[in-house]
Design a protein around this ligand. Structure first.
Ligand SMILES: Nc1nc2c(ncn2[C@@H]2O[C@H](COP(=O)(O)OP(=O)(O)OP(=O)(O)O)[C@@H](O)[C@H]2O)c(=O)[nH]1
Ligand SMILES: [Mg+2]
Length: 446
């Protein structure tokens, strides 16, 4: 292993970015027309030449310029637009990029896209292709690309903040730092193996450092899944006996008629989900089939699903229509209008009426409070996806392996696998780089 890694000093190339010459791509990057403004973006070797041929003149880089855009094939005026050129590599994709800010009319955008489509060497971008090129050119790592996708999909304030932190490289920086530290340790171990006559060298000097790294990563993993909860939303299951008003409550909270309500017990069969914004924290409210013994196989299946949803939910609201009885979850007593009870929060129970709306504000405030608590952290969450969690957990497991391994060669292999796991987080797994690090430090007259 050590021999293979340390063969020769010739292989010390930079972690290779071999940019093949590729198509110039274009797409409407703004929302669906009509709109005030539409932004059409081009990226690739022909982007700036095409920009100038549309504008009929030279366009200064990085300066917003008003230009009359004409179809190069027939000289027809398409629109007067604000255009920008970003020469490579200082652009979003790392390639030459042009942006055309035209009036956002359906026909304007169509005419422009048609004109672009007629130009040789240009083609419509595939979904995500601009970001993919940015990734390929080292402008973004995987976590930042994911962060950008999440930022575009963000529906609530908490999601926006999380996505912005990811897009800004919060996780990338940490993962890269951990990985670099492991690669340094690995280089030391490799050198020990290489320069020692024995194969059972004690690689003990690095164990303190490995244990510290392991603790650091484990601490980040121990985050109550706040990042994933913010990204995916908190799950709130509404359960209870048939006819207590679960669906009515869901409709009241969602402020629309999402679930069917009737005086017939056993109305809801399927689980129905509604998205809620709880003070910036996304949540999914899940209506379920009323729990009771039944011979109806369809209803029984609904009840099975209700129990499963409750088991996996972040919160269970247990609705009943009377004061007595136990509950597994937060107790909510509905129909206080017919029971003659006052609305509010007393003795751990929320009293309300889905029909009159009394007590709903208390429930909403309680939910917002609960959501804030469920997603509260000292530090901004680093992990936003199961993929991140799996890779970091793998790194911890490999570091544990390394710590327990007496054989220096196997110890080094575990460290290498830990580094790879971290490299998978950012998508920058690269053996070349590992080699570079080792050669750079230990190429002493070999
Ligand atoms: N008086 C009064 N009636 C209510 C209230 N909430 C719901 N109801 C009525 O109770 C009946 C049952 O309501 P649903 O919302 O369908 O009850 P559910 O718990 O979803 O019932 P299943 O889906 O069958 O389990 C309907 O006739 C509602 O109009 C309330 O706050 N006050
Ligand atoms: Mg129902």
């Amino acid at each position: 292993m050590a021999q293979r890694l340390l063969v020769g000093c010739l292989g010390r190339q930079a972690a290779g970015l071999t940019l093949s010459r590729r198509d110039t791509i274009y797409a409407l990057s703004s929302g669906r027309p009509p709109a005030g403004v539409a932004v059409v973006r081009l990226s690739g070797p022909r982007a700036l030449a095409v920009l100038e041929s549309l504008a009929g003149r030279a366009i200064a880089p990085r300066v917003a310029t008003l230009a009359a855009l004409r179809d190069p094939s027939d000289g027809e005026l398409i629109d007067r637009a604000l255009v920008l050129g970003f020469p490579a590599p200082a652009s979003f994709t790392g390639e030459d990029v042009a942006e055309l800010h035209v009036h956002g009319g359906v026909a304007v955008v169509e005419a422009l896209l048609r004109a672009l489509g007629r130009i040789a060497g240009l083609r419509l971008a595939a979904p995500g292709e601009f970001s993919r090129r940015a990734f390929d050119n080292g402008k973004l790592d995987l976590t930042q690309a994911e962060g950008l996708a999440d930022l575009i999909a963000a529906q609530t304030e908490a999601q926006r903040r999380l996505a912005l932190a990811q897009a800004g490289g919060l996780l990338r920086d940490r993962a890269e730092r951990w990985r670099a530290a492991i690669v340094r340790l690995l280089a030391l171990v490799e050198a020990e193996i290489d320069f020692s006559d024995e194969d059972d060298v004690d690689a003990g000097s690095d164990r303190v450092a490995i244990a510290a790294l392991r603790a650091d990563i484990a601490h980040v993993l121990d985050d109550a899944r706040v990042g994933e909860r913010l990204r995916d939303g908190l799950a709130i299951a509404v359960i209870g006996a048939p006819n207590v008003g679960k669906s009515s409550l869901i409709n009241a909270l969602a402020r629309r008629d999402v679930a069917i309500v009737s005086e017939i017990a056993g109305t809801t069969r399927d689980t129905i989900e509604v998205a809620l914004d709880l003070g910036g924290v996304p949540a999914t409210l899940i209506d379920t089939a009323g729990l009771r013994d039944t011979d109806d196989p369809v209803e029984a299946e609904g009840i099975r699903r209700a129990r499963a949803r409750a088991a996996s939910a972040d919160l269970v609201l247990h609705v009943s229509d009377r004061v007595d009885g136990a509950a597994d979850g937060q107790r909510v007593v509905n129909k206080i209008d017919s029971a003659g009870l006052a609305p509010g929060h007393r003795g751990g129970v929320l009293y309300l009426s889905a029909t009159t709306g009394a007590g709903l504000d208390t429930l909403e405030a309680w939910l917002i409070d609960w959501a804030a608590n469920a997603t509260r952290t000292d530090e901004p969450p680093l992990i936003a996806r199961a993929r991140h969690r799996a890779a970091l957990a793998e790194a911890v497991a490999r570091l544990d392996e390394a710590l327990a391994e007496p054989d220096a060669v196997l110890h080094a292999e575990s460290l290498r696998l830990a580094a790879r796991a971290l490299g998978r987080v950012t998508g920058m797994v690269d053996v070349e780089e590992l080699l570079g690090e080792i050669f750079g430090r230990f190429c002493i007259g070999k």
